[in-house]
Design a protein. Structure first.
Length: 161
């Protein structure tokens, strides 16, 4: 499941942002279709965030052992923010469901402010993840090291023969 982390994070980023944008469009147009679309997309976003969280959690141990100290500290921050976002998007999804059942313009505006902060945190989380991959080789070095270990193991076996 850890190999699912890279593709899942794209959905975990895109869906909440799209949901937020649909809500803004709904505020301007008052078209119910945008309100419904925002909810459906946010539910998908929560599922994507959950999948990204779980797959990242499974990948963490393998990745962490190959990172230098700075990379390990960044990975811990990435993991903590992932946990915060999982709960935050989960709560926002429940609030969005409630807003669809009983509309309140004031509550929707408060929700959108919190959602905007969440979108900013999601983008920052993507930045942290990208830094882990592109500056520290997280996930990339794992595959390279595994290939090297397999190559070394073959050499050891050949020496025994």
């Amino acid at each position: 499941m850890e190999k699912l982390h890279p593709p899942l994070v794209h959905f975990a980023i895109a869906y909440p942002i799209a949901s937020f944008l649909f809500d803004l469009i709904y505020l301007v147009t008052k078209k119910e279709s945008f309100k419904r679309a925002s909810l459906y997309i946010l539910v998908l976003g929560f599922l994507a965030v959950l999948g990204a969280y779980l797959s990242g959690h499974l990948a963490e141990e393998r990745v962490e052992e190959l990172l230098p100290k700075g990379g390990k500290e960044l990975l811990e921050r990435h993991e903590l923010l992932g946990t915060v976002l999982l709960y935050l998007i989960g709560v926002l999804t429940l609030v969005r469901i409630a807003l669809n059942l009983k509309e309140s313009l004031k509550a929707l505006r408060v929700y959108l402010v919190v959602m905007l902060v969440s979108v900013a945190l999601i983008l920052f989380q993507g930045y942290l993840g990208g830094t882990l991959v592109y500056e520290y080789g997280a996930g990339v070095k794992t595959k390279k090291v595994e290939k090297e270990k397999t190559k070394q193991e073959k050499e050891v076996e050949e020496e025994k023969i």
